[in-house]
Ligand binder design. Structure first.
Ligand SMILES: [Zn+2]
Length: 350
């Protein structure tokens, strides 16, 4: 995988990884020392870090070139969420070394990358991000890691929905932000598969037919999943196809499968607390539209959703949103997560 990797008789990659890590740490130390020096000259350390390159996500993915992958080596692939990790591993199989930065149960909106993540990004042959603003906190880390891996946003090319960001007085009519939760509409994940298959095949042409075959098999599973969701949704009475979720993660789902996303406890994402007025307005919506249930999620404290449900006397059910579930949960793959969520929605609304 690594371009200039030294080959030793055991095919171990630790020595070079350590060298690259040491070099990354030296660079960071140098940056800090420079900061101290500069602060003596009247320029603060925080300014230095602010001036560090922050990666800006382009709307088009870079053209990727083949990397030299030795016969006993694998392509080194890094991604952010467990959901993307599962899709990538369905295509890359045993021909890639995959590092997933966010662990299970982590809320991707608020995730802050660690120095270990920066080292993984620095060492990668390719980094796959969801894009559409999901991993906003990672952009600085990517800029600072200064590796030469192409950064590929799998959602580039998808027509994005927008969310209305609340204004500071909580009136809910601020500027629109992109809705990153594209994976809740299965055709969008089919789009991911195309992007991932093309990227892996371009980086590692000698395995491109392997990636193509895996992509074709996975696409047929996704097609079955999409069809299955439509048949399941038919079990819910039309007037009950209304979603009040913990944060507005189900816009693409609602659009594809015929629901209304009427509101959310956290109007934009779980990093921004709703006001008491927001909660009270949401409770009015639950009552007015006779919504049968409020959904919590596995990555965020359910306290406020529980409060809305108890104030309005409706049921609470949990959904997986930004992370896969643990092994045994039934939601430990993307397809399993979608089925688990659809089953929870049906039990709560039918
Ligand atoms: Zn989210």
């Amino acid at each position: 995988m690594l371009k200039n990797k030294p080959t030793d008789s055991h095919g171990e990659e630790e020595p070079l990884k350590r060298t690259k890590l040491v070099s990354l740490i030296l660079n960071l130390t140098l940056a800090i020392l420079m900061g101290v020096c500069l602060s003596g000259c009247g320029i603060s350390l925080s300014k230095l870090f602010l001036s560090q390159a922050s990666w800006s996500p382009p709307e088009q993915n870079p053209t990727v070139q083949p990397v030299a992958v030795a016969n006993d080596q694998k392509l080194s692939v890094v991604t952010s969420t467990t959901i993307m990790g599962d899709v990538i591993s369905s295509l890359g199989g045993d021909r890639i070394d995959l590092v997933v930065l966010m662990k299970k149960g982590i809320d991707p909106h608020s995730y802050v990358p660690t120095p270990r993540d920066m080292a993984a990004i620095y060492d990668a042959d390719v980094v796959f991000l969801n894009g559409a603003g999901l991993e906003e906190n990672m952009y600085k880390a990517i800029g600072n890691a200064s590796g030469d891996a192409p950064i590929v946003q799998v959602s580039n090319g998808i027509t994005l929905r927008t969310l209305n960001e609340p204004s500071t007085n909580g009136a809910g009519t601020g500027h629109a932000v992109e809705d990153p939760h594209v994976w809740f509409s299965v055709p969008n994940v089919m789009h991911w598969v195309g992007v991932i298959e093309q990227t892996l095949g371009s980086l590692d042409p000698q395995n491109s037919t392997y990636y193509q075959a895996n992509a074709a098999a996975y696409l047929s599973q996704l097609k079955q999943l999409d069809d299955w969701i439509f048949t399941q949704v038919d079990l819910i009475p039309q007037q009950n196809r209304k979603l009040i979720t913990n944060h507005p993660a189900f816009g693409y789902f609602a659009e594809r499968y015929g629901f209304e996303q009427l509101g959310a406890v956290y109007p934009v994402n779980p990093s921004a607390e709703p006001s008491a007025r927001d909660i009270s307005a949401l409770e009015d919506v639950v009552r007015e539209y006779h919504v049968p249930a409020v959904f919590t999620e596995d990555t965020v404290n359910p306290r406020l959703a529980d409060q809305v449900a108890s104030d309005t006397g409706v049921r609470v059910a949990e959904l997986y949103t930004g992370s896969l579930g643990e092994p045994g949960s039934g939601a430990d793959t993307y397809i399993g997560m979608m089925k688990t969520d659809v089953n929870s929605i049906i039990s709560a609304l039918k």
